[in-house]
Design a protein around this ligand. Structure first.
Ligand SMILES: [Mn+2]
Length: 198
């Protein structure tokens, strides 16, 4: 049986004066059959970004059964008149490990080891102007790591060059990524998913 080790971590930007409000948000919803992962980076920083992010993720959380395309378009409409932001969503069928991912704007998603794939988002800001997202369907395999992260994480890192990275738990992975690859002057957030064979 496949099992899914999943964890998230956020860190507000490190400017002075220090604040502890992160404008990025993550959502992990799991039931017996589906694992639903989402990340949202509200425009700007601090409390205003935090507020639009909570608004967006609350909406997403209430509509996790919608098709990804509809969910992006509806969230976009819902956010009109707000600061807006960028969104990434991955939904995984836990029994089959079949997954779909879509993102708009500069959130990032990757599969690492043994598959390696970086997903390319279309541009846009939800609440302002978007096009339909590309919905990518794929299958995860035991050993795969799926990472979903905001642009507050430096994007050039190669986990293949980090000794022992794949032996880390998901909680250790997100801590490692935030500690080593978070940009000082942006809010940073990451979700790591590790697929395992029981
Ligand atoms: Mn950002």
């Amino acid at each position: 049986m496949l099992t899914y080790d999943v964890a998230e971590l956020k860190r507000p930007l490190q400017a002075q004066p220090r604040n502890n409000i992160c404008g990025d948000g993550t959502l992990i919803i799991e039931d017996d059959s589906v694992l639903f992962l989402s990340i949202f980076d509200g425009a700007g920083h601090g409390l205003p970004a935090y507020r639009v992010t909570q608004q967006a993720l609350n909406y997403v959380e209430a509509h996790t059964n919608d098709s990804l395309n509809n969910l992006f378009m509806a969230t976009h409409e819902y956010l009109r008149g707000t600061l807006g932001g960028v969104l990434g969503i991955c939904r995984i069928n836990k029994a089959t490990a079949e997954a779909e991912y879509a993102g708009l704007g500069n959130t990032a998603a990757r599969i690492m080891f043994p598959q390696t794939k970086k997903f390319i988002n279309r541009g846009g800001i939800l609440g302002y102007e978007i096009t339909n997202p590309v919905v990518n369907s794929f299958k995860l395999n035991p050993g795969d790591i799926f990472l979903l992260y905001s642009d507050g994480i430096k994007d050039h890192f190669d986990t293949n060059e980090i000794p022992g990275f794949f032996t880390l738990s998901a909680a250790e992975m997100v801590r490692f990524i935030i500690e080593n690859f978070a940009k000082e002057l942006d809010d940073a957030s990451v979700i790591a998913l590790k697929v395992e064979n029981d």
